[in-house]
Design a protein around this ligand. Structure first.
Ligand code: DSN
Length: 422
């Protein structure tokens, strides 16, 4: 298959090409439940692998340090306009290489080393770059962290407010990587206003849901929106920063020349295509289907006796707490992988175990929804997960192999976008 899809690559470097071909088969045959992953369309894939790769373009459209930007300027301007239209913002910068550099640019724009910054603690569902200690953002800045309530698994907005007023951080981040519930951007905005802080919504996980109207938008509430482009938004691996006009200069200056060199123009083109796709009515249906599938999967898992952080989900993501199952997250994740179900092990709030060997498994529905699976399939998925976790506890490899055969069989009926093979 892949030899005909990538003839030049197979001719020039068959070894590398064979790895790509194997990955295509893996992505087609497995049930991919990592909530930060997805399948880009064939159009996004093509746009991301073009001769735009060959061009250096430091600067911004109309203000570059290299000549020959006639086409590159149009590509970037189109991506910017589409981002502004889709998210309802004054300004968009589509150049950040990915989410971590995007967030670092926000620090550069608004804070000085040593300043206090506030974000959700990583083990509670936040992100490394929200001031967590092992990240540069937690060692160059003074990170203070909020979490969720032990009894509900939900953000305690009163506690967030108390911390913000006590610390008066330069930046407050809301959003994260393991948050199954709706983020109340208006509540965060009120807190940031009282504390005199710049509010940053890191919507990397839910950008596609926001674009499709399946999660409230932060656009009217926050100073800066940071997002990757490759999760629910279904674009290539990249990022965007969006803001009101008053912050546009600071953001642009921080991305280039503050932090980065030449933008990855081939990625910018892929982002432009993804934004165009996300503006279509079919994407509204997709975003709502992602949430409907996640809710159905959460309900089916609860019926199977799983504990879920916050008892369910409002979005694309489910955090399974395996504490009561006697199978830690890592062992469960590896067993699920052998069963053809790809997840990641994850800390759960107040996890007694270490981050590299935690109690939870994080799953989500963006990828399976892109393949056309619907709520009727979610009890089957929950059953596979339940059987695989039981098999992991018993070391029953035969049971895992049987599940894998069932998974491969079902996935063959739902071709993945961008991958022609079944
Ligand atoms: N690595 C991303 C995730 O999986 O959520 C966050 O950066």
């Amino acid at each position: 298959m892949s030899a005909s899809r990538h003839p030049a690559l197979f001719a020039a470097d068959p070894e590398l090409a064979s790895f790509v071909a194997a990955e295509e088969v893996l992505q087609a045959q497995t049930l991919r439940l990592i909530p930060s992953e997805n399948y880009v369309s064939a159009a996004v894939l093509e746009a991301s692998g073009t001769v735009l790769q060959n061009k250096y373009s430091e600067g911004y459209p109309g203000r570059r340090y290299y000549e020959g930007q006639q086409n590159i300027d149009r590509v970037e301007a189109l991506a910017v306009e589409r981002a502004k239209g889709l998210f309802g913002v004054d300004h968009a910068n589509v150049q950040p290489y990915s989410g971590s550099p995007a967030n670092l640019a926000v620090y550069l724009a608004f804070a000085k080393p040593g300043d206090t910054v506030m974000g959700m603690a990583l083990p509670m569902g936040g992100h490394l770059t929200h001031g967590w200690g092992v990240s540069a953002t937690g060692s160059w800045f003074r990170g203070v962290q909020y979490g969720v309530r032990a009894d509900t698994g939900l953000i305690d907005y009163d506690a967030v407010r108390d911390l913000a007023l006590a610390e008066r951080p330069k930046l407050i981040f809301c959003g994260g990587t393991a948050l199954p519930r709706t983020i109340d951007f208006a509540a965060f905005a009120e807190i940031a206003r009282e504390a005199g802080s710049i509010l940053v919504a890191d919507v990397a996980h839910i950008a596609g849901l926001i674009a499709g109207g399946a999660h409230p938008s932060p656009a009217d509430h926050v100073d800066v929106i940071s997002t990757t482009t490759h999760k629910t938004l279904r674009g290539p691996r990249g990022a965007m920063l969006m803001c009101r006009e008053e912050h546009a200069k600071a953001i642009d200056k921080a991305v280039f020349p503050g932090l980065q060199g030449g933008p990855h123009n081939q990625t910018t083109a892929g982002i432009a295509v993804a934004l165009h796709e996300a503006a279509q009515p079919s994407f509204v249906s997709y975003a709502h289907a992602v949430v409907a599938n996640a809710k159905a999967l959460a309900a089916a898992l609860l019926q199977k006796g799983f504990d879920l952080v916050s008892d369910g989900t409002d979005n694309h993501l489910i955090l399974i707490d395996l504490t009561g199952k006697d199978v830690p997250g890592k062992i469960a994740a590896k067993a699920l992988d052998r069963a053809g179900i790809v997840v990641n092990y994850n800390t759960v709030p107040f996890d007694p175990r270490k981050p590299f060997d935690p109690s939870g498994v994080r799953i989500g529905t963006p990828s399976l929804t892109s393949r056309g699976l619907s709520t009727e399939h979610m009890p089957v998925v929950a059953d596979w997960i339940s059987r695989a976790v039981d098999a992991a506890a018993k070391g029953d490899e035969q049971a895992l192999a049987a599940i894998r055969a069932e998974v491969t069989d079902l996935m063959a009926a739902f071709p993945a976008p961008g991958l022609p093979l079944a």
